[in-house]
Design a protein around this ligand. Structure first.
Ligand SMILES: [Zn+2]
Length: 146
């Protein structure tokens, strides 16, 4: 299936994820914020999984694109899933791409599966930034060891 709808053989790894993230954003359910967010990640096993934001009339029930992609990856690969890289992008109701970065909750979710994973998202000047998941969330929560 992969490579059938999206021929990514000529694109770099991150370019592929960026393209897939934009495609995922088009599927978003965002009637309240009208901010469509898409995420595409590559697992260390080499597979690509995508997610989009899904809002709700009860605002706090909304789900982020990044965690939707992680859920898809865990569903497919099980507890052994590890994150290699993820791209996140968003556009508004006018179709303009907006700079966003993963929210705090998603940063915690990203480091859970790949502290050294590459996270790519757009800056206000529209350029893509690449940082590690660990760098995005210093002093993160970790389960206390006894
Ligand atoms: Zn989030």
């Amino acid at each position: 299936m992969r490579g059938h709808l999206f021929d990514d053989t000529a694109m770099s790894d991150l370019d592929t994820l960026r393209t897939r993230a934009l495609q995922a954003a088009q599927q978003a359910y965002a009637p309240y914020s009208r901010l469509r967010v898409g995420a595409a990640l590559r697992s260390t096993a080499g597979q690509v999984y995508t997610g989009c934001n899904v809002e709700n009339a009860s605002y706090t029930l909304g789900n982020c694109a990044e965690r939707a992609a992680i859920a898809a990856a865990v569903q497919a690969e099980g507890a052994g899933f590890r994150l290699a890289a993820i791209a996140v992008t968003a556009f508004d109701s006018a179709g303009d791409v907006l700079p966003i970065s993963p929210c705090g909750g998603c940063r915690q979710a990203l480091v859970e599966f790949g502290e050294d994973a590459t996270v790519s998202f757009r800056q206000p000047d529209a350029q893509w930034l690449e940082v590690t998941a660990g760098a995005l969330l210093p002093h993160r929560f970790s389960f206390p060891e006894r």
